[in-house]
Design a protein. Sequence first.
Length: 462
Amino acid sequence: MQNKKHSLDTWNKYGKYVFMTHNFNDNLIHKAKGTIITDTDNNEILDFSSGQFCSILGHNHPELIKNIKKQINKVLHTGSAFLTLPVLKAACKVAKITPGNLEKVIFLSTGTEANECAFRIAKKFTEKSGIAGFDEGYSGNSSTMQSISSNLSQTDKRKREKIKNKQTILTPHCLKCPVNKTYPGCDFLCLKESEKNVGKGWKNIAAIIVEPILSQGGIIMPPKGYMQALQKLAKKYKVLLIVDEAQTGFGRTGKWFGIEHHSIVPDILVFSKTAGGGYPVSGIVTTEKIARKTILDGFVNISSHQFDPLQGISVESVIDIIKNKKLIGRSRNRGAYLEKKLIELKNKHSIILDVRGIGLMLGFEIKDNSKNIYSLNSIGNKLKYECMKNGLYLNYGASTGTVFRMYPPITVTKKEIEKAISILDKSLTTISKRRYSKKILLPKNPYSRLKIRKSMRERLGF
Ligand SMILES: Cc1ncc(COP(=O)(O)O)c(C=O)c1O
């Protein structure tokens, strides 16, 4: 059992000043290195979520931190009127690692902001105003992006933001086919149905925004050939195809970008999360043709921190470190090892229904018949609780089932994988035997407790 005295004393002292946007864990994080985060009571926790799926090189990678510190000593912020050398070098490096003729880069701060920017470019380019995305996708938390997101706390899709000219495309989730067919004989009927459903609506759509491998939706890999068919459809209706690589970029899937698994070049590639290795940076990269036309048509994008020097230095460092340490290959190798270990667990624990993913974007779906998979008593929450108690932080989600994501940094060691698997094994055994009272499962800090008690439908922290 973890000692949480210092963390809880601090919660009690300062917690009342926190606007509880969601339920936080009791543990206050004091430091982090590699795959391990340490709380103020010195509990060490294996973080298999890489922070918010951002710290692709592990927490506080020494070379990244050294370069950021050096840059801070020179200039922290320039404003919209100036560029710096790290920004120019980072743009060049992004252009070189992204597929095909993508070469014009904008740096921004968050994934949502970058998707919004990509969408604005698409609107300008196509002179249309609508948006489409997968019904199980996730694109961010602005009104527009929420409208095409099967959101974390919005498992009830009726709560989606309603905006004009928004369309959804059936998610190609072959394991739970939305049109009850089997791949490859299906001939992508889900896409054909979506095309038909949108119908005349296509004439208003400027952009289709999709993840190349859906993460929050439940680690869903569109089958071979699907993305090519989607691109064909986009071209038919003169819609730009925007690929959101928030979670799949910078080596996570065993390639630089998830879209490379589908062998297509999108019109705009959006990056965020992993791009800064934990530093908040996002951006878009598009073609010369799209950049030129939109600029000539008067496209302007100004936000306070776009092209900031620290964004440049962090992206440049992440690319250099991945290249120099050959981390893409490592993501593939470690991924194969973690997948093998997860399959062994599946063979042992019948509660695991499926193991899936690619590279180090892996996970497993469990049998959970709870009405609300985020409720205190759900199997998912119990497993999350047991893992955390034993020193492994895992995250789960998906509106199509309870899917745990295991996305450790691509620097993860074999030993850390073995430790995580052993904790998971022990936790799966425990939850199959133990009875839990609600009191045990509730966080100990009074503010998260209150939030959960007030809204049991709310998702349990991440
Ligand atoms: C695929 C995808 N797109 C966009 C976002 C939004 O990014 P941010 O939270 O940085 O705005 C996320 C965040 O989880 C994401 O997973």
